[in-house]
Write a protein that binds this ligand. Sequence first.
Ligand SMILES: [Zn+2]
Ligand SMILES: [Zn+2]
Length: 336
Amino acid sequence: MADTTSEGAFTPDDPRKPWHWHPDLPIGHPPLFVWPPRPAALAGWLFGRGYLRSQNALHILLALVAWSFFTPSLERMATFEAGWIFEIWLRNIVLFSAVTAGLHLYFYTFRRQGDVHKYDPRPLARDDPKFLFRDQLWDNVTWSLASGVTVWTAFEAAIWWFWANGLVGWLSWADNPVWFVALFPAIALFETAHFYLIHRLIHWKPLYRFHALHHNNVNIGPWSGISMHPVEHVLYLSSILIHLVVASHPLHMLYHGFFLTVGASFGHTGYQDLQIKGRSAFDVANLFHQLHHRYYNCNYGQAMAPLDKWFGSFHDGTAEATDRVMKAARGARPGG
Ligand SMILES: [Zn+2]
Ligand SMILES: [Zn+2]
């Protein structure tokens, strides 16, 4: 891990010193898509900080809590009715806000970690007319809850209705325990591909105006994760509709929902990891998406799969990559 804080002042517009702190460069990808295969490294990633010993454990836990205690009965959900949909909306608001506000309080309000392993030390924007209420935090909270959680709940309610009416497949543990377990990382992988596709789509000029709202956040915080225009919410969250096609259990669908929403809060904290008593406990975000917020026309996917590498838009964090990306952007601002 390189600590660049001692190498001179942080100058965000200087491609040689764009971050307060960054991990060792170039950044890479997990050993998922490598040839020849590296099974030991893959298992280490899957059961270690790469997948299971990370926020994914929390998403699975949230799914268990939501399924066990805060999901209306299937009998009620067989008919669309405002009451049970409202209950799900409220549960999603509460669980999403608890984690996202927790991250914000820890990193930004109480600054428990200071600027340790923070990429961009600038505070969130205040008194900036491009944000609702001229305030980045309250702008982000508003779009996330009013639009984000509402669209998520609408998709979730539709899936419940299909399940309650026996119209889509239901996978139970007894059907196939191995696939039941493997479906969790498979969902993450599917979401990565879906995100890459819709993200490239909304960077296309005619659609970029919907995505520009998310990109108002050049410097990002946990609440920026799903701070999006409703059109982007529909596209982004539509990945959850895969549960209408592939037989799964409610735990998978709920995990998928938290992965998309709470996972985005983690991914936008602006910090590489969360530290407890000076020791790195687990990773929260990555430079990969932070680079997208800084330079726009790179890293459309997620760090999990090398889709950007395959399609020529990968920024590995180095000054050479910044030069290349900025050259490509010349005359083609975001959306171009
Ligand atoms: Zn983002
Ligand atoms: Zn974008």
